[in-house]
Write a protein that binds this ligand. Structure first.
Ligand code: TXA
Ligand code: MG
Length: 328
């Protein structure tokens, strides 16, 4: 494939001509990367098996990992569901937003999109670019994060090109994403709602919205969310995690290491080390993947991560860091 084309678009008011051009690529069975509020997605017509197949090939993604289907609004999303439980109806009030709702899938969704599962993950993203593209295409877009499989998710168009240049048709560059980590995934296809992936919409918010407790991901297991492998989102540099400053010092950080400090305001690692401080959960989420990619770019010996507190506000960032690192 020739080099990937990039079209710059305004994040709040994208040029309709650019969206029409990208939509034409989708309708021709091609691949278009676009920004959601979480990360950049790699989109294709969710209803065409051969287009979706190209997503798996471009990413090197294992075929047992289902794709999220992105719709322009709730009415469109419902067309891709075979059933719409009351819980889905409640949670859809959080759309557009960083929430994926797993429901029984309609026949319109080919089994390659859902990795053979009888369910489909649906989401209505917030940005004008994402919803405008879906609306212009007239069909929902299957879109995983636009990175090579197992690598760090992309929060900028440059990240997409670093992983996928020449492997996809087009990138709509609308600048950095605002939330920075992938959507919360909740399964409401069975009687008890289950969290499959923590994300920007918290468990407390989901429970308040549903008026009932939800099951934690630990109970969900790999069968219900095959994409949730332990190792994921990983930088290329060996990355070790510790939970206290004392454990960090025990690893003897040196000038050839990079230290990431999350949620420990005022903690000072050894002055001779390069340290990046991410004190609050929202900005840590927004910057996390960019920082991990930048760390790889510095080619350090190790990335040493001082983990944030195990508190609800840090739940999603904690989850991603556990997958990106090994215990130090
Ligand atoms: O924020 C996001 O969700 C981004 C943007 C692009 O929307 N997308 C994203 O896609 O993170 P991906 O493919 O990297 O992660 C999707 C995950 C899968 O790994 C799987 O765990 C879960 O969503 N998933 C999707 N469909 C599912 C289904 N039918 N049943 C269970 N889990 C599902
Ligand atoms: Mg991903």
């Amino acid at each position: 494939m020739p080099r990937t084309r990039t079209l710059a678009v305004h994040p709040a008011a994208p040029d309709p001509a650019a969206l029409a051009e990208a939509a034409a690529v989708v309708r021709a069975g091609g691949l278009v990367a676009f920004a959601t509020e979480t990360v950049y997605g790699l989109g294709a017509d969710a209803t065409r098996a051969e287009a979706v197949q190209r997503i798996f090939e471009a990413k090197g993604r294992p075929p047992d990992n289902p794709l999220i289907v992105h719709a322009a609004d709730v009415a469109m999303a419902r067309r891709y569901a075979a059933a719409w439980p009351a819980a889905a109806e409640r949670l859809a009030e959080l759309w557009p937003g960083p929430l994926t709702i797993v429901v029984p899938k309609a026949d319109l969704v080919p089994s390659i999109t859902s990795a053979g599962l009888p369910t489909v993950g649906l989401r209505v993203p917030l940005p004008a670019v994402a919803r405008g593209l879906v609306a212009a295409a007239g069909v929902a877009l299957a879109a995983p994060s636009a990175n090579r499989s197992e690598h760090v998710s992309p929060t900028r168009a440059e990240h997409v090109l670093a992983d996928l240049d020449g492997r996809i048709d087009l990138v709509l560059d609308s600048g950095p994403t605002t939330r920075g980590i992938e959507s919360t995934v909740i399964d409401v296809s069975e009687a008890v709602p289950r969290l499959l992936r923590p994300g920007p919409v918290s468990v407390a918010e989901l429970e308040a919205w549903l008026g009932r407790p939800i099951e934690a991901p630990a109970h969900a297991g790999p069968a219900r969310s095959p994409g949730q492998r332990a190792r994921h989102y990983a930088p290329r540099t060996p990355a070790l995690r510790v939970c206290s400053l004392a454990e960090l010092e025990a690893l003897a950080p040196g000038p050839d290491d990079v230290v990431l400090v999350l949620g420990h305001p005022g903690a000072a690692p050894h002055p001779s080390t390069r340290a990046i401080d991410l004190p609050d959960p929202e900005s840590a989420a927004r910057r996390l993947y960019d920082v991990l990619r930048a760390c790889d770019g510095l080619a350090p010996r190790r990335i040493l991560v001082l983990m944030p507190p195990d508190a609800p506000a840090w739940h999603a960032v904690h989850d991603r860091l556990r997958r990106a690192t090994v215990p130090g």
